[in-house]
Ligand binder design. Structure first.
Ligand SMILES: Cc1cc2nc3c(=O)[nH]c(=O)nc-3n(C[C@H](O)[C@H](O)[C@H](O)COP(=O)(O)OP(=O)(O)OC[C@H]3O[C@@H](n4cnc5c(N)ncnc54)[C@H](O)[C@@H]3O)c2cc1C
Length: 410
């Protein structure tokens, strides 16, 4: 049996590894192995760092299994990650109950309302709220002040200006899976020296053809016949003819623009993640070397993360202009030009679906109406409500099971 997998991101790599002992597997990748979880190597200092910030959670079973399977378990480290809100150039830590109580932009009463909301969200069936917008849900339940002062910056840091279309179901589902915070903050995991180590090992024994594939009927890729094809890229990049025959939904995606800065200092003493409350071109500041040891890199590393539309806004601005914009803006939070060693801009056109109103109807099944043509990846069930490395690995493993059963490979 011959199987083609389109895309060498985490979905494609995990599907390929799960299928390779049962059939001949070819992976087609049009850009870089690793996809959104890809890394960049600093040639001067030799280290690897993800182009877009990455960490994992204790509950990421599929990811943690792969890390162990590829003998990288000893490299996995867990740290309590400190978070903050940035406002008017100042950072307000928000980790301990004391820091939350001291936070000046919400009243004591609002903070109690927030705590109650977290508890009640877990009891709600989020699916019932898919046709509501998150902006309406929060305003109705918690009022304008909490929406503006607390939720809007968080939503902006996750979806950019697309936050207005996001569904209330997404927020409820996310609050309920992510409320496992410890007293001093949330515990996050990282593969010390980078997730590229996992990607390299996953790709090691696979046949990966770095070429843009063209799919045609009867099922073939670049003219070569296959018994099954698994497509793992974003839906808008699939050829129109195939998308139509596979009856795939029109999913709206957002793009990511991330500035990565090598510097002589961090902005804060020990904060990893800062949500930016000010109107700014970036919604979050991620201080990687406040999470992992600076000595691993020989300098500090800071991400400035923005989400945009794939067809406009920041995504379409030239790199030289973006570098200037990010450097100017980060100065407000205390990073001086003299302390910047270098800046790089990374962009991803389709970095994730926008979990907009009605999105749950668009979550895609692995099977499609085209016999032996399958779709897995960011729109698969394990990637809701959080698109993640874990969700993509799980989607890759699940689609491999479906293919094995349908082709009788078990
Ligand atoms: C800014 C940002 C931060 C993130 N942070 C985290 C985090 O902290 N923790 C976490 O768990 N997850 C995080 N993620 C999410 C995680 O990176 C993704 O969910 C995961 O890597 C997606 O894997 P995938 O294989 O499903 O998709 P992709 O990585 O998009 O892989 C698809 C691959 O298919 C290729 N492709 C597409 N079309 C074609 C075609 N026609 N022919 C050939 N190849 C094609 C692409 O080039 C790509 O390599 C983050 C993502 C972003 C953008």
């Amino acid at each position: 049996m011959k199987i083609a997998i389109i895309g060498a991101g985490l979905t494609g790599l995990s599907a390929a590894n799960a299928l390779k002992e049962y059939s001949e597997v070819t992976v087609y990748e049009k850009a870089e192995v690793g996809g959104l979880a890809g890394s960049y190597q600093n040639e001067d200092k030799g280290y690897w760092i993800e182009k877009f910030y990455h960490h994992c959670f204790r509950g990421d079973e599929a990811l943690l299994d792969q890390i162990n399977k590829f003998r990288l378990g000893r490299k996995l480290v867990w740290r309590t990650a400190k978070t903050a809100f940035a406002s008017n150039g100042k950072l307000y830590p928000l980790n301990t109950p004391f820091e939350i109580l001291r936070y000046p932009f919400l009243s004591f009463f609002d903070k109690i309302k927030l705590a109650r909301f977290t508890l009640s969200s877990k009891k709600k069936n989020f699916r019932d709220f898919d046709d509501y917008r998150v902006v309406d849900g929060i305003r109705d339940e918690l009022g304008e002040k909490l929406f503006k002062e607390f939720f809007m910056p968080l939503l902006r840091s996750k979806f950019g200006e697309n936050y207005v279309d996001v569904s209330y179901a997404w927020l409820l589902a996310r609050v309920s899976i992510r409320s496992n915070r410890k007293y001093s903050g949330e515990e996050l995991g990282y593969l010390r020296h980078g997730f590229h180590q996992l990607i390299e090992r996953m790709a090691e024994r696979l046949l990966i053809v770095q070429k843009t594939p063209s799919i045609s009927f009867p099922l073939s890729v670049n003219g070569e016949r296959y018994d099954a094809i698994i497509y793992t890229g974003p839906i808008p990049l699939l050829q129109d003819k195939i998308k139509k025959a596979a009856k795939l939904p029109d999913v709206r995606y957002q793009s990511s623009v991330c500035a990565l800065i090598g510097a002589e200092t961090t902005l804060s003493e020990d904060t990893y993640w800062t949500n930016v409350r000010d109107k700014s071109i970036f919604g979050a500041i991620i201080e990687h070397t406040n999470f992992m040891p600076r000595d691993d890199y020989g300098e500090d590393l800071i991400y400035l993360a923005s989400y945009s539309s794939p067809t406009g806004g920041l995504f379409t601005k030239p790199e030289s202009e973006l570098k200037k914009l990010y450097l100017k803006e980060v100065e407000k939070y205390g990073l001086k030009e003299k302390d910047v060693n270098w800046i790089k801009i990374f962009k991803a056109k389709y970095s994730g679906p926008i979990f907009e109103k009605g999105y749950l109807k668009k979550v895609t099944d692995y099977r499609t109406p085209i016999k032996n043509f399958y779709v897995a990846g960011m729109t698969s069930p394990p990637n809701y409500p959080e698109r993640s490395m874990n969700g993509s690995i799980k989607a890759g493993l699940e689609v491999a099971e479906v293919v094995k059963n349908e082709l009788g490979l078990v």
